[in-house]
Design a protein around this ligand. Structure first.
Ligand SMILES: CC(C)(COP(=O)(O)OP(=O)(O)OC[C@H]1O[C@@H](n2cnc3c(N)ncnc32)[C@H](O)[C@@H]1OP(=O)(O)O)[C@@H](O)C(=O)NCCC(=O)NCCS
Length: 168
């Protein structure tokens, strides 16, 4: 039977849970620390850090969007995205990312970038960033850098600048 997922915005009471989810998903502390640093950065956007809960109960995943720029144009950066290993591959991550993109669209955000698995993010509408004239200032595999427009408008071109906690 398909599982049912709900999502909600993180609150200050969720910080420990979000940390534990990131630690478990990535098997290291780097991403959990990054999320914590982003909370104190100007790139943080209240309402765009979401938890996914199994059947409305236990949180099993977390993802967030923070401010970045493509050239001088404001955009959003997706990630880190994390689902507990016990729940990976069951649709939680997809429900979470779709909800996050909807939240962003509802706020009038226009562009989202992601640096991640080229086999995963295209299902949400991301395409190879380089094909749109979008790059980053570091060496990454071409296909790992992706972007999407939330409103159908043409993506801006330029180099992505990330919030300082990303260290990119
Ligand atoms: C990546 C992640 C967030 C996806 O969440 P999820 O709940 O497992 O994903 P869903 O169940 O919604 O989707 C499953 C699909 O994602 C694919 N997928 C999961 N992890 C993947 C990966 N590392 N690379 C490519 N595809 C991946 C599965 O193969 C599956 O594909 P299918 O639908 O074609 O069979 C989750 O697996 C995770 O936390 N992984 C460890 C941390 C990580 O790598 N985060 C992303 C950093 S870019």
């Amino acid at each position: 039977m398909p599982r049912s997922w709900t999502t909600r915005v993180e609150t200050s009471a969720d910080h420990r849970t979000v940390r534990d989810i990131n630690l478990a998903a990535f098997g290291r502390g780097q991403e959990a620390d990054l999320v914590q640093s982003l909370r104190g950065d100007g790139a943080w956007i209240d309402g765009l850090s979401l938890l996914v809960l199994e059947g409305g109960g236990t949180p099993v995943g977390h993802a967030l969007l923070t401010r970045c720029h493509i050239g001088s144009v404001p955009a959003l950066c997706l990630g880190p995205c994390a689902v507990l290993p016990s729940h990976q591959g069951t649709g939680a991550g997809s429900a979470l990312i779709r909800a996050l993109l909807e939240q962003a669209r509802g706020r009038g955000e226009r562009y989202v970038t992601v640096l991640g698995h080229a086999g995963y993010y295209p299902r949400f509408g991301f395409t190879r960033a380089l094909g749109h004239g979008i790059g980053v200032g570091i060496e990454v595999p071409d296909e790992a850098l992706m972007a999407m427009s939330l409103d159908g408008s043409v993506l801006p071109t330029g180099t992505i600048s990330y919030a300082p906690p990303f260290g990119l």
